[in-house]
Design a protein around this ligand. Structure first.
Ligand SMILES: NC(=O)c1ccc[n+]([C@@H]2O[C@H](COP(=O)([O-])OP(=O)(O)OC[C@H]3O[C@@H](n4cnc5c(N)ncnc54)[C@H](OP(=O)(O)O)[C@@H]3O)[C@@H](O)[C@H]2O)c1
Length: 327
């Protein structure tokens, strides 16, 4: 059987992508064949589609670290044909043919059955970016941070991780301060639940002093580098910051003072390799107590053939919200 896939190839002109016909024999061995109905665009996919060998080593390759669809072939008791399932992370879309394709074949350990009261379409409004925001919030809550402790910042606020983090923290009763480079998106961020929107230029440049006036009870950081180092200097006692991204750079200049004088916890998030039980917990939360009524306010739906343009935008930091793909 043939199907369509977005395929990135290494050519003399560099890395180029196109929609190609592929056959089931092109897919890797695995336990379960899934017909993909929806996927979503993440920053990591853009790196894979532009030839970043730290993400994908071998080309031609179909990126896509997220997929939601229907089991079409399984020899295992655990999954039956017709089951609605979600796959995010692990090696999907990195060195395993990914979700920018009408079919994937993956190991059973990567697959989650869709929770009740939650559609496949809704799951890809969140995708890995949303799951990551959920993992950040889970760790902040496990660290005991409560709404009455004070303001929580979200950096990269108009991006995929950022928009979901703003909505979720606000739903849970936190005062969310959205930090963004896009002043023209202030109204969107306020409508998603931010209490205040601050331009990220306030936090750019090298760390000025190892400690500054306490301002944050915690935060979700998708940016890293100078912005995170400056935010770290201004935390309350026992604050918790979850860090997951590096769009601003991979270095982090900090001092020991916020950790030993203010008890700061800096919490790392790796959504891809998160234990499947924890991923299930987050999806279950999104289907129940963490249901986000405004999730569709920041979604753009596209087809596989429109991915190129959106990949270019996400690499330039110009994306707002999430891109969902109808495969
Ligand atoms: N650790 C994990 O498990 C995990 C999972 C998912 C994503 N991530 C990482 O998290 C980051 C964000 O992912 P995403 O999907 O949310 O990407 P995204 O949709 O592109 O959002 C990133 C946002 O960061 C801001 N930004 C862009 N360039 C910047 C710069 N040079 N300096 C400061 N801010 C900048 C922009 O928001 P504003 O204009 O509003 O500032 C942009 O919309 C990426 O580094 C991604 O690889 C990590």
């Amino acid at each position: 059987m043939n199907f369509k896939a977005f395929v990135t190839e290494e050519t003399e002109k560099g890395f180029t992508s196109s929609i190609q016909e592929r056959s089931l024999n092109d897919l890797p061995a695995g336990d379960v064949l899934i017909k993909v109905l929806f996927s979503s665009l993440n920053y990591k996919d853009a790196l894979s589609a532009s030839g970043n060998k730290g993400v994908s080593r071998n080309y031609p390759h179909s990126p896509g670290i997220d997929a939601a669809g229907i089991v079409e072939e399984s020899n295992l008791d655990h999954f039956s044909n017709g089951d609605e399932v979600i796959v995010t992370g692990y090696d999907l879309g990195m060195n395993t043919s990914g979700g920018f394709s009408q079919y994937i074949r993956v190991p059973k350990e990567w697959i989650i059955k869709k929770p009740d009261n939650f559609s496949l379409e809704e799951s890809m409004a969140f995708g890995t970016a949303g799951l990551t925001a959920g993992l950040c919030v889970r760790k902040i809550l496990l660290n005991g941070i409560k709404p009455e402790d004070g303001d929580i910042f979200v950096t990269g606020a108009t991006g995929g991780v950022g928009t979901v983090a703003v909505m979720l923290l606000s739903k849970l009763g936190f005062d969310v301060i959205a930090i963004t480079g896009k002043e023209n998106q202030t109204d969107l961020l306020l409508s998603l639940g931010a209490k205040e929107v601050i331009n990220r230029s306030e936090f750019e440049g090298e760390m000025k002093s190892p400690l500054s006036k306490p301002r944050w009870a915690g935060g979700v950081d998708a940016v890293g580098s100078d912005i995170l180092s400056n935010l770290i200097t201004a935390t309350h006692q026992r604050a918790a910051i979850a860090c997951c991204g590096m769009v601003g750079g991979i270095n982090l200049n900090t001092s020991i003072f916020p950790f030993i004088l203010r008890g700061l916890s800096l919490l790392g998030i790796d959504s891809a390799e998160t234990l499947i039980e924890v991923k299930k917990e987050i999806w279950h939360n999104f289907a129940t107590d963490w249901k986000l009524e405004k999730i569709n306010d920041q979604i753009k739906d596209i087809g596989l053939d429109e991915l190129d343009l959106e990949i270019e935008k996400i690499l330039k930091g110009e994306q707002v919200g999430r891109i969902r793909i109808k495969n």
